[in-house]
Design a protein around this ligand. Structure first.
Ligand SMILES: *[C@@H]1O[C@H](CO)[C@@H](O)[C@H](O)[C@H]1NC(C)=O
Ligand SMILES: *[C@@H]1O[C@H](CO)[C@@H](O)[C@H](O)[C@H]1NC(C)=O
Ligand SMILES: *[C@@H]1O[C@H](CO)[C@@H](O)[C@H](O)[C@H]1NC(C)=O
Ligand SMILES: *[C@@H]1O[C@H](CO)[C@@H](O)[C@H](O)[C@H]1NC(C)=O
Length: 394
């Protein structure tokens, strides 16, 4: 059965002179304490010994074989299949039926969201209880099974996050062991938006925080970032003999070397075209205000990710700011809905995600030479969110 989900992406336009008092009161929902376990996968709390060890083997032939435990629901199968499909679409890694294989993953119900690191031989479980029902958590666990450690275990993590072991229960402290450079390698910089990073204070108040506080709410995001996929391609030697000329941070798609894998907001063979579900604007030299509504009519387990692209004449700087954001769920990880202004020069990395109003991130004036400027929207909940914003070029 194919489920139809109605998506909203509508634009309202008003041209007006913007003054500070146009900033509206935000409709802030209180979500921080609700069903927290759904959004952070504390997958090594009770299994720390399995997480930290010597380097485990990769799956041979770049293929992970898997089976589902007999009592896994169709809904969970569909979610995990989507997670695997997402990885297949973006890497040369394949997932295949493991019924007659010796080395394989068995997706099982219950006992947290958890996985071993790498292929350990024989039938190895991925635990996926009902609270794990987010596609990004599926990607997280499968990435462990493919050999990827947590972002907060990187040996360079102290440059990005602060860990205060005094605030971590003794039984959980092993989660913060660093994986040495002998046991692991880091092809790309630490990413706050990685699906492999836990959220702020995952192990108790004051346990873990972002050194760059702009990223406090981003930590724990469960999307599966562009760089998460790129790490897999690097790790599994998925490459192309040449680059067809990928733009905007894209790189050749190992599944079809004439096409590129694009950063968020871009599409087309060379990442020079608009992504799907994108609204485009052209900036002028005076501020223009626009409003966009987006949403779903039912809550789902994957994100609907429309985006906004703002173009300016070449060589100009784009200035952008929100004047109001309505119907966002404030929570660590922004795993209900959120917005991301991609102002940083490197288009590959996740910029700070906004779903709260507890700092100036949402009302800040962003200036960037990125042209177009991409603003990512994401939601998986049955509410209509509204973003109102203004932009110009200078
Ligand atoms: C959402 O919209 C689709 C398509 O219009 C419809 O089939 C479905 O019943 C709607 N779901 C809900 C929960 O309203
Ligand atoms: C929001 O959460 C805080 C902290 O848990 C609580 O003190 C406050 O009463 C909540 N506000 C609403 C409107 O529920
Ligand atoms: C599913 O089956 C496994 C055995 O394969 C069992 O341990 C587990 O309790 C079952 N879970 C549910 C939710 O029925
Ligand atoms: C994978 O790619 C196919 C073909 O472009 C697309 O239809 C499908 O939605 C993608 N699936 C995921 C989970 O990204």
């Amino acid at each position: 059965m194919r489920m139809l989900i109605l998506v909203f992406l509508t634009i309202q336009t008003t041209f007006s002179k913007i003054v500070e008092s146009d900033i509206l009161v935000n409709d802030l929902k209180n979500f921080s304490n609700k069903r927290r376990s759904e959004f952070i996968s504390l997958d090594s709390v009770s299994r720390s010994k399995r997480q930290v060890s010597t380097v485990y083997p990769k799956w041979t032939d770049k293929t992970l074989y898997y089976i589902f435990d007999s009592n896994i629901s169709d809904e969970k199968k569909a979610l995990l299949t989507t997670a695997m499909q997402r990885i297949m679409n973006n890497t040369c890694i394949r997932f295949a039926d493991g019924s007659s294989q010796t080395n394989r993953v068995k997706f099982t119900n219950g006992d947290g969201c958890a996985s071993y690191i790498g292929m350990i031989g024989g039938t190895q479980p991925i635990y996926f209880e009902d609270t794990c029902m987010l596609t990004g958590i599926g990607i997280h666990e499968i990435m462990h099974a493919l050999g990827v450690y947590h972002e907060h275990s990187r040996y360079d993590r102290d440059d990005y996050i602060t860990i205060n072991l005094a605030n971590v229960p003794a039984s959980s402290q092993s989660n913060f062991k660093k994986i040495s450079s002998q046991e692991s390698y880091n092809p790309y910089s630490f990413e706050y938006g990685s699906t492999m990073l836990y959220s702020v204070n995952s192990f108790g108040t004051g346990s873990m925080s972002a050194k760059n506080s702009d990223y406090s709410r981003t930590m724990g995001l469960r999307k599966g970032s562009f760089l998460d996929m790129k790490i897999l391609n690097t790790d599994y030697d998925c490459s192309c003999p040449s680059d067809p000329g990928c733009q905007n941070g894209g790189y050749p798609n190992p599944n079809d070397c004439s096409q590129c894998l694009c950063t968020d907001g871009f599409g087309g063979a060379l990442c020079t075209e608009n992504a799907a579900n994108q609204v485009t604007f052209t900036a002028s030299n005076t501020y223009v205000t626009k409003s966009i509504n987006f949403g779903l009519n039912q809550t789902i387990t994957s994100f609907y990710q429309p985006s906004i692209a703002i173009y300016a004449p070449s060589g100009k700087t784009i200035q952008f700011r929100f004047t109001s954001l309505s119907n966002f769920y404030c929570m660590n990880g922004c795993n209900m809905n959120g917005v991301e202004v991609k102002y940083m020069t490197d288009r590959r990395i996740t910029n700070p995600i906004i779903c709260c109003f507890d700092n100036d991130l949402w009302s800040r004036l962003y200036s960037t030479t990125n042209n177009p400027l991409i603003i990512n929207l994401h939601t998986r909940v049955a509410v209509q969110s509204t973003v109102k914003f203004q932009f110009r070029y200078i």
